[in-house]
Design a protein around this ligand. Structure first.
Ligand code: TXE
Length: 484
């Protein structure tokens, strides 16, 4: 039992911040130092019941509003987040260990954009019509009901806002369950929602871990829809639990993505692009390019330049504007990631760079790992086919296009990838042969919010983004009107 900390979060249910029903808490640890700086409720099924009940009570009135009326609320939330931009970024940086520059340019910016984007999409929404000679068909988008939104620790508010905005925009009410490792910006979102006066019960939030809160939420009879982002193994549990009552389900899971580098690439920009794809957010993004496939002809020169660029990356204090690499999320996670580096050695791998960075003493308790590059492991080895989700990449030479595609498709995942070549015909041809949901050519993580996001195989089920989110968070109803 830890003593009361100066920052004890609360659940947000039915328009109020309320204590959870147990005396149990989880420590919130600052990854850069390993020091506890807050506490988060370890909620239980009773808290989930209250939140689902509040969402159910609110869904009738909220669902009856027009898309346009609801878009006004999304803009109000975006305005509220905008006024708290710096607080949002510094909280996210402290909570996740990521550099403040990334917390601003990726997490905070995109969290606001998510609400703005869906507000616009809602305003542009019109009912589809299909005319027959003697009848008119009108397709009405109706809310699904109560949604469970479960999110991970790598991009906490970026991913939570990406679910909340379309979910409530399409008329649903929601219960959010953020990761217990990174609850701070979810709490900030509730403070903004409270301040703008969103009708009570539309958005609820219950803090806690999987067994105590996530699992009861997915299984709850009062929940009609589940949108989950997280690990593949947890996604499997969620799918099993949600299937018993035919809940609508979206799963955005793990990835093991290839960056395919051809000899005819623009060498300098490819080095920079593949380094960013490999190590953004310390490699803790499901889209990261952790398998780097390089055409034989430039393998050696690419390897040297790549390692040189990696070793120049600035790792250290997340609050320093110049920092490019921060800490990993937790002790457990860094041990898992370091375990893969040991495994790589056992699989014949050669560590070209990486290991324990030397940092100022105030960070000695943190979860720090230098970006690590490994070669000489087979492209079928465990460390080059399993999701490591840290600053660890493997290099693999390939002979030709066919072999590159075979290697890239040789994992249980199918989320994303990138292709680097100045022959754009070849770039498209290779992309179309990849078993993923997304491919970037000569870039990475270049995002248009209108496009579909998601993967195949063990990377998940369904798509998020743009109209794919609008469709997921609604039930189409067709009304056929016979005219005389
Ligand atoms: O995800 P989890 P974590 C991968 C990455 C990482 C692994 C685990 O490999 O190492 O997933 O990360 C809640 N029913 N990705 O621990 O465990 C949990 O409380 C319902 C890829 O973050 O999947 C948290 O809120 N909910 C991923 C959320 O699920 C449950 C990003 C995610 O937790 C639950 C992050 C249960 N039984 C990790 N158990 C991506 N695709 O971006 C846990 N939760």
């Amino acid at each position: 039992m830890t003593e009361k900390s100066n920052l004890d979060l609360m659940n947000y249910i039915d328009g109020e911040f309320v204590p959870h029903s147990t005396e149990e808490w989880l420590d919130v640890i600052e990854p850069a130092t390993g020091v506890r700086y807050a506490r988060v409720p370890l909620s239980n099924p009773e808290d989930i019941d209250s939140a689902v009940e509040a969402a159910n009570l609110a869904k009738q009135e909220w669902g009856a509003l027009s898309h346009k009326d609801r878009s006004v609320w999304l803009d109000k939330i975006a305005d509220g987040l905008e006024t708290r931009f710096e607080e949002m970024a510094s909280l996210e940086s402290r909570d996740t260990g990521k550099p403040i520059s990334i917390a601003r340019s990726v997490d905070a910016k995109r969290s606001i954009a998510n609400f703005r984007f869906f507000a616009d999409l809602l305003r542009g929404h019109s009912e589809e019509k299909f005319e027959m000679p003697d009848a008119s068909n009108i397709v009405v988008s109706k809310p699904v009901g109560v949604g469970a939104l479960i999110t991970p620790w790598n991009l906490p508010l970026y991913l939570l806002s990406w679910k909340v905005a379309p979910a409530i925009g399409m008329g649903n009410t929601v219960v959010c369950k953020p990761s217990e490792l990174t609850p701070m910006t979810a709490d900030l979102l509730m403070r903004v929602i409270d301040e703008v006066g969103l009708p009570r019960g539309v958005v609820n939030l219950v803090h806690g871990d999987g067994p105590g809160a996530g699992s009861p939420l997915v299984a709850h009879q009062g929940v009609d829809l589940v949108s989950f982002t997280g690990g593949t193994s947890t996604g499997e549990k969620v799918a099993k639990s949600a299937s018993s009552s035919f809940k609508k389900l979206s799963l955005e899971l793990g990835g093991k993505n290839s960056s395919i580098v051809f000899s005819d690439c623009d060498f300098e920009s490819t080095i920079a692009g593949v380094v960013r794809a490999a190590f953004l957010n310390q490699g803790q993004v499901c889209l990261c390019g952790s398998r780097i496939l390089v055409e034989d002809g430039i393998y050696e020169s690419f390897k040297l330049s790549f390692v040189e660029a990696v070793e120049k990356m600035r790792i250290g204090d997340p609050s320093d504007e110049q920092t490019e690499l921060g800490a990993l999320i937790s002790k457990d996670h860094i041990e898992k990631v370091m375990g893969y580096v040991s495994l790589a050695k056992n699989e014949g791998g050669k560590i070209l760079t990486g290991g324990k960075p030397c940092l100022p003493s105030e960070f000695e308790g943190g979860y720090w790992m230098a970006p690590t590059v490994i070669e000489n492991v087979d492209y079928n080895s465990r460390c080059s086919t399993e999701e490591i989700f840290g600053p660890v990449v493997t290099l693999h030479p390939f002979e030709d296009e066919m072999e590159a595609i075979e290697i890239a498709n040789g994992t249980r995942y199918g989320l994303a990838g990138s292709v680097w070549t100045q022959d754009l015909e070849k770039g498209q041809r290779v992309s179309r042969s990849m078993e993923t949901g997304m491919v970037w050519i000569n870039t990475w993580l270049h995002r248009d919010l209108r496009v579909p996001f998601g993967g195949v195989k063990d990377s998940g089920v369904g798509r998020e983004g743009g109209r794919w989110s609008m469709d997921f968070f609604s039930e189409p109803m067709n009304i056929c009107l016979k005219h005389d």
